[in-house]
Design a protein around this ligand. Structure first.
Ligand code: PA5
Ligand code: NI
Length: 183
């Protein structure tokens, strides 16, 4: 028998280890995501909106494997729309995913294939099951960082094209100081 070092270490909401990667999404990477183009143009496009730290212990598309990620969304708005992730369906449509809140306050926005939209509040300890065939996006509705974690099948894949083409049917904006979904 052998005693091995773990695949990765997870401390202070960050992963370190061999098969860990980190992606940063700046405002400039999210040009078509936000509604208010005018407000967008007047912002610092170099600022980071979110980053994703993930552990990919197997190759992308491996059947039966799992991926783990932790996303940090910084607080902010473009016009009255909260900073949020791009959002996606899974390329392998039937695959599901778990999200759970770690730090801060947010909203998980989901949309099924009939374009019905609903949302769940995210907070430290909230646990969310995202069924297959459901697009998912997260918005930071608070004044601090929103940190959430995710676990998904390694053969899920990310389909950003459908959202780029048809968008979510509803958006989360701040109205009279509270988050609301609007058409
Ligand atoms: O696998 C997931 O669903 C998450 O890890 C997301 O990829 C992450 O939160 C970033 O969102 P998006 O991929 O929509 O940019
Ligand atoms: Ni996903």
């Amino acid at each position: 028998s052998k005693i091995l070092f773990p695949k990765a270490i997870f401390t202070n909401n960050l992963l370190t280890g061999e098969s860990v990667k980190c992606d940063t999404r700046k405002l400039s990477d999210l040009e078509n995501i936000f509604l208010d183009k005018e407000a967008f143009r007047n912002m610092d496009l170099q600022q980071t909106v979110y980053n994703v730290n993930s552990l990919l212990p197997v190759k992308e598309n491996t059947p039966g494997g799992l991926f783990f990620g932790i996303t940090t969304i910084y607080p902010g708005k473009v016009g009255n729309e909260f900073f949020m992730t791009k959002g996606h369906f899974h390329s392998n449509l039937d695959t599901a995913e778990f999200y759970w809140g770690v730090e801060g306050e947010g909203m998980l926005i989901m949309m099924d294939m009939d374009r019905n939209v609903w949302a769940e509040r995210m907070f430290p300890g909230s646990l969310h099951y995202i069924p297959g065939k459901v697009a998912h996006r997260v918005a930071n509705t608070g004044y601090r960082k929103l940190v959430f974690s995710a676990c998904w099948p390694s053969d899920a894949g990310h389909d950003y094209k459908s959202i780029a083409k048809d968008d979510f049917a509803m958006r989360l904006i701040e109205k009279n100081g509270v988050p609301v979904l609007i058409k």
